[in-house]
Design a protein around this ligand. Structure first.
Ligand code: FAD
Length: 494
């Protein structure tokens, strides 16, 4: 197995997109087989090494940044199998953890299959998306990554291999799991004793649900319970055609009415994605796209799967709903072919680039939220975000997955004072979201950046539940320490 410890090789592993600057490591291991991974972890009780797992560094929470631990890079475990049809509408593909999501999507689409999870950033490794239960715009229809995983091969912290097929290891009536492993021996542990929030997206802390599947404990555990080495992904047939559009509104109540109509189960328009851009996001975009109407208060991007036969009918239904909600139909952007859809895709992805460019001139970091609330509480949160930012005179944008009542608020500080004020406001946002029954993270996870806030959501009892499971599966505390559960929590309560 390759091991590198020169500064040039290490440097890239001290970063992700979180702006956390305190990473350091003695060196990086590059396992080439699952056996390498297992051997590496088997030695840890004797040599007292700890490891941080590295995907491709697109994470936003500092999860892959080592704070003194060795790094395990997944980049050499990058094999992608062939799609295997199980029936006319179902297939699977086996992939190793270091395969790029974008490469997998391209490969399955070339064979007429579709892997729905799409966390915006295609340069991430598939193993990381499973470890983080990533989701994105299409999660409105398809749910997060966990819904599309039928098997994972996990290397546990003591080096055992656990091949977990969905449905093969379920919690019993007391919520207990039992494992018999060659190295760790017999393990018995209960699922976390807490209730998850009733949001349609949630990605903060270990998954727990009555009668749950053990595979779901590992998915979303952010590398704290094991290294995901391989997985079987569930595929469905590639949709024949897509309607994409960006619909502008002059009035925010009309925009919200449009979303309600789109989400109505009786509605013939059934989008797979419903995304939002507020007025300020559109303002940034207008610097590159002058066609953005200046009198719009916000826009909805939607994507709907269709067929050549039903496209016209689906478009009629969509226009009817746009008209009934006073949408700016003439200014709106319909993208019906691949080229136009690629242009619209580029438009959506231009927002973070334009904003990051603006921010780099202010030399401050943005403060961003990734919280979601139950649907009925969304407008209250939206109003709270806007009122708080307006009161402080902040430059800010609100955008994202409004179909799941999950938007990202980015405060863009112009100086240190605004940055510090924004940071303190972040705590108020957490309190508000939790009071509305929401979640601290709907998709990006907790990592190291948000571990200190997780206790506000789960309280001491909930964090202890996670510590209990962590210590059962990782008794020597060797894997991804500081992710999800604050390191102090693990040490203090030992
Ligand atoms: C522009 C942009 C847009 C984004 N949009 C979205 C979005 O819409 N939805 C979303 O969910 N995320 C989004 N993200 C976040 C990010 O892409 C995902 O979190 C992704 O899963 C990270 O993949 P990575 O390979 O870069 O992982 P890294 O950043 O390298 O690691 C992420 C975490 O996973 C752990 N990990 C990595 N591999 C494994 C493994 N094999 N086993 C166990 N643990 C492992 C690491 O230790 C770390 O904690 C976005 C990021 C960017 C930059």
């Amino acid at each position: 197995m390759i091991y590198k410890h020169d500064q040039a090789s290490i440097q890239g592993f001290l970063e992700d997109t979180s702006n956390l600057k305190t990473g350091h490591t003695p060196g990086v291991f590059f396992p080439e087989t699952t056996g390498d991974l297992s051997e590496l972890l088997k030695g840890t009780p004797n040599d007292y090494r700890r490891f941080t797992i590295a995907g491709n560094g697109t994470g936003t929470t500092g999860g892959r940044i080592p704070l003194g631990d060795y790094v395990i890079s997944m980049q050499k475990l990058d094999r992608i199998g062939e799609p295997v049809a199980l029936s006319s509408d179902k297939a699977i593909i086996t992939v190793q953890a270091g395969a790029l999501l974008g490469d997998i999507q391209t490969k399955v689409e070339q064979s007429g299959w579709f892997y729905p999870p799409d966390p915006t950033e295609k340069l991430c490794f598939i193993g990381s998306t499973i470890a983080n239960n990533s989701s994105g715009a299409r999660s409105f229809k398809y749910g997060p990554t966990r819904k599309h995983i039928s098997r994972i091969l996990v290397v546990l912290p003591q080096g055992d291999l656990l091949d977990l097929r969905r449905g093969a290891c379920m919690a019993d009536e007391h919520g207990m799991f039992h494992l018999s492993l060659p190295i760790a021996g017999s393990l018995a542990f209960q699922r976390p004793q807490y209730t998850m929030p009733e949001t349609s997206k949630h990605n903060a802390g270990y998954f727990s649900e009555e009668g749950m599947d053990l595979i779901d404990l590992f998915i979303g555990s952010e590398g704290t319970l094991g290294v995901i080495a391989e997985a079987d992904l569930m595929l469905i047939p590639l949709p024949m055609a897509i309607i994409s559009c960006l619909v502008y509104f002059r009035n925010i109540d009309d925009l919200f009415r449009f979303i309600r109509l789109l989400k109505d189960p009786q509605n013939p328009v059934t989008p797979r994605a419903i995304e939002f851009f507020d007025q300020h996001s559109l303002g940034f975009l207008a610097s590159k796209y002058p066609e953005v109407p200046s009198d719009s208060c916000g826009a909805i991007f939607l994507e709907q799967e269709t067929t050549p036969e039903s496209e016209e009918q689906d478009l009629d239904a969509l226009f009817e709903r746009m008209e009934s909600c006073n949408a700016m139909t003439d200014e709106s952007w319909m993208a019906l072919d691949r080229d136009e859809q690629a242009r619209l895709h580029e438009f959506r992805h231009a927002l973070p680039l334009i904003v990051n460019d603006w921010l780099s001139r202010q030399q401050e970091s943005k403060i961003s939220t990734d919280m979601a609330v139950p649907e009925e509480a969304f407008r209250e949160l939206f109003h709270f975000y806007r009122k708080s930012c307006e009161q402080h005179g902040f430059v800010y944008i609100i955008f994202g997955h409004i179909g799941n009542s999950h938007v990202h608020l980015n405060i863009l500080p112009r100086n240190r004072v605004e940055f510090l004020l924004g940071k303190s406001l972040y705590r108020e946002f957490i309190a508000k979201v939790l009071s509305l029954g929401g979640t601290l993270s709907a998709e990006h996870g907790i990592g190291k950046l948000k571990a200190e806030y997780l206790v506000e959501m789960y309280h001491d009892h909930g964090i202890q539940e996670m510590v209990r499971i962590k210590k059962c599966l990782d008794p020597f505390l060797v894997l991804n320490i500081g992710n999800l559960i604050s390191a102090a929590y693990l040490v203090e309560k030992e």
